[in-house]
Design a protein around this ligand. Sequence first.
Ligand code: NAP
Length: 472
Amino acid sequence: MSVDEDPAPPPSAPPLRVAVVGAGPAGIYAAEALTRQDDVPVAVDLVDRLPTPFGLVRHGIAPDHPKMRAIRDTLHRALDHPSVRFVGNVEVGRDLSCSDLHEAVDAVIYTYGAALDRQLAIPGEELPGSLAATELVAWYTGHPDADRSLVEAALARARSVVVVGVGNVALDVARVLARTAAELEPTDMPQHVLDVLAAAPVEEVAVLGRRGPAQATFTTQELRELDELAGATVLVDPADLELDAAAEERAAADRVVSRNLAVLREWAQHAPQPGRIPLRLRFFTRPVRLLGEDRVTGVEVERTVVDAHGRASGTGETSVLPADLVVRSVGYRGSGLPQLPLDERSGTVPNELGRVLREGRPAPGEYVAGWIKRGPTGVVGTNKHDARETVAALLADVAAGVVRPGGGGVDDLVSGLRAHGADPVLLEDWRAIDAAEVALGATRGRARTTLHEWDALLAAVREAAARVTAER
Ligand code: NAP
């Protein structure tokens, strides 16, 4: 019988058991795509290392970003589906291996993202006062693994800030550092983050693009937000906006580029204003070395030219920018999991339409979605299409009999984890954390304050469980 002639499974058929590794947007959209189809009944375990869902929506998107709340609420609807089980506080590679996981379910979709930072590979990069954007972002979003002392020591002396890179993360970082304390006050940043940012002596911020404005990777909406700051003025050198023929062509062909240029041209009219932080966007500028003996004091930069193919090269013309804090925001990098193949060059798992490739051939029952599939590109919504493509591949494999519902192990994943000493955090436990964050926020009139320590997160779970037991 051909695949098309396969009868629909009877209602009593065992569900397709799928483990999704990573409860960020890609994982949640994959779970949603699985539950939104009627051909195959599913039971989805959404596994995450953290006791909290949402991945980079919680610990990536800057907390001052207005879209944040709405995105979380949308993602939560998928978590609430009866066929989806959130299984937090479980690390694949520590609490169970990839092969354990494969034995427990019929298919695994890896959506664990790209958590590592990329380096500049220039002298002085390791000096105190030089941070990766990933370190700063983890800290200001209250990630429980953030290195508080590293970031707070750097911020304590940050008068002149240089952010390297002109992607959306660089804009987030520049915006957060240039915000006034009053602007950040209503956000869900932990109190110590608000206090340190309020005390940081930031006087100027420069954002460096090694290529021209036509090659910048930020998006227009995110760019515009820079000009809505209460205490900072965005400055752009009009000379950086003089386009050569190739850049003109690029602007004509790409609406985002032409819109970005229109915004930048408006800002090129701005003049520095007394009492306001100058936030300079400098293009055709690449860092050559970070200067300083025992901490960063400046950045030596070189002027670049960009050729017709969009490639930058140095002109030899150098200058020094003062800097007490340098944040490199030059992209993320995916890492491997034991037993899962990784293409080191791209930092992605080799795949075809989401099917994991082992030695060039699809590995039955193994899939990827999100940044670990395609690399660290796109906005949150990009993951929806990406996850649907992967789920379509999985469902096609089910239809073709390559993956069989009920073909995985018989043990329940959570019972198995508990039997091996792990302490999974389920949806009701996450709700307890959520409620504790809302309650903490309310003590200062905020909608929420992020719990930033493992102990506090897990204590919220334990306390809620103890209350339920006491009420019985
Ligand atoms: P990105 O968009 O890839 O930007 C990286 C930047 O670093 C580019 O400007 C790149 O310049 C520069 N760069 C790379 N290597 C460099 C080097 N050695 N020296 C100097 N500059 C260097 O990455 P991202 O900002 O980390 O963002 C990751 C993804 O998340 C993006 O898709 C982004 O849109 C998304 N995101 C979205 C939002 C939002 O929607 N609000 C917020 C944050 C992030 P070249 O182009 O010259 O390589």
